[in-house]
Design a protein around this ligand. Structure first.
Ligand code: G3H
Ligand code: 13P
Ligand code: NA
Ligand code: ZN
Length: 328
């Protein structure tokens, strides 16, 4: 059944686990997530970005997720709008039937100018007001995703802060977070701790100076009852990079967020963990391998099947690793 995200996050908090939120853009990704959830008995958060809506079209996304809900009636499913850039976009998602929306007021509507605190408060508060009336969950964001190695926002996927950022912008302040939560009454808070979107997060396996799990602990100490959200939380498995390179891909050395760091964060209030890139890498590796090994094949089903299997394997791992399994 389609459920609100609040319901799932409350259960996760009561029972001390985290829930991966997977980005979806097409049929095979939706199927992979649902098969993984069914096999591990996990609740599901599927999220669609603005880019996903542009790629697939709103109607197709809505009915793909609807099909997932109907095909797996025993699994709770959240349909979440990822990185809504304005109250109007969030309203549109609510009208379309999403059960959860993110108002990302850390950036202005252009998706690249860092917003001031009052702007973020205002837009987030407005979305909470309209969403809560109809039982829809709201995620907000305080602090800006970006790298503590380069002090730059993430521009890889077309959104993210422009220019050089300050430490204050790159790490969410616990006191300001407390003020933000009490004045907006949001359901979940996305925080900045040094992660960024895409495959190129860190130039080395991250240590505490560039991936601040200690900041999560400080925020959780100040806000023990707030559900925290980690964006940019793909782990970028080295074996997937190796597979992509082995079969003709060109990806430079890079590191993601280690699963054990996410597991530690889950002990300190992180309930939703956003993952897109790992599924992209898994599908690309599988397709490259298939194409290289079967140069005469041309039926898309034949290469999308291993791609779907590879995506499913990632989802199953994360459901097990985050403690989501067994909680559907
Ligand atoms: O917000 C980041 C997600 O990875 C979505 O990426 O905007 O390319 O769909 P996208
Ligand atoms: P990754 O790029 O690390 O998968 O992050 C996805 C994300 O945060 C979507 O909002
Ligand atoms: Na989101
Ligand atoms: Zn994100």
């Amino acid at each position: 059944a389609l459920v609100s995200m609040r319901q799932l996050l409350d259960h996760a908090a009561e029972n001390g686990y985290g829930i991966p939120a997977f980005n979806v853009n097409n049929l095979e990704q939706v199927q992979a997530i649902m098969e993984a959830a069914a096999e591990t008995d996990s609740p599901v958060i599927m999220q669609a970005s603005a880019g996903a809506r542009k790629y697939a079209g709103e109607g197709f996304l809505k009915y793909l997720i609807q099909a997932a809900v109907e095909s797996y009636p025993h699994i709770p499913v959240v349909m979440h709008q990822d990185h809504g850039q304005s109250p109007a976009i969030c309203q549109g998602a609510i009208d379309l039937g999403f059960s959860s929306v993110m108002m990302d007021g850390s950036l202005k509507e252009d998706g690249k100018t860092i917003a001031d605190y009052e702007y973020n408060l205002d837009v987030t508060r407005r979305v909470v007001e309209m969403a809560h009336k109809v039982g829809v969950t709201v995620e907000g964001e305080l602090g800006c995703l970006g790298s503590l190695e380069t002090m730059k926002g993430d521009k890889e996927d077309g959104h993210g802060a422009e220019g050089t950022m300050t430490m204050e912008q790159l790490l969410t302040d616990p006191e300001q977070a407390a003020d933000f939560v009490s004045r907006t009454q949001l359901d979940a808070l996305a925080i900045a701790i040094g992660t960024s979107h895409g495959a190129y997060k860190f130039t080395r396996k991250p240590t505490g100076d560039i991936l601040s799990i200690s900041r999560i602990k400080e925020i959780h100490r100040r806000l023990p009852n707030t559900h925290l959200v980690m964006h940019g939380s793909s782990s970028v498995p080295q074996e997937l990079l190796a597979e992509i390179r082995q079969f003709g891909g060109d990806m430079k050395e890079t590191y993601g967020v280690p699963v054990e760091e996410i597991q530690e964060a889950i002990k300190y209030g992180v309930r939703k963990v956003n993952i897109d890139t790992d599924i992209r890498l898994a599908m690309t590796g599988a397709i490259r391998r298939f194409m290289a090994e079967h140069p005469s094949k041309f039926d898309p089903r034949e290469y999308l099947k291993p791609a779907r299997e590879a995506a499913k394997a990632i989802c199953k791992q994360r459901y097990e690793q985050f403690g989501t399994a067994g909680n559907a």
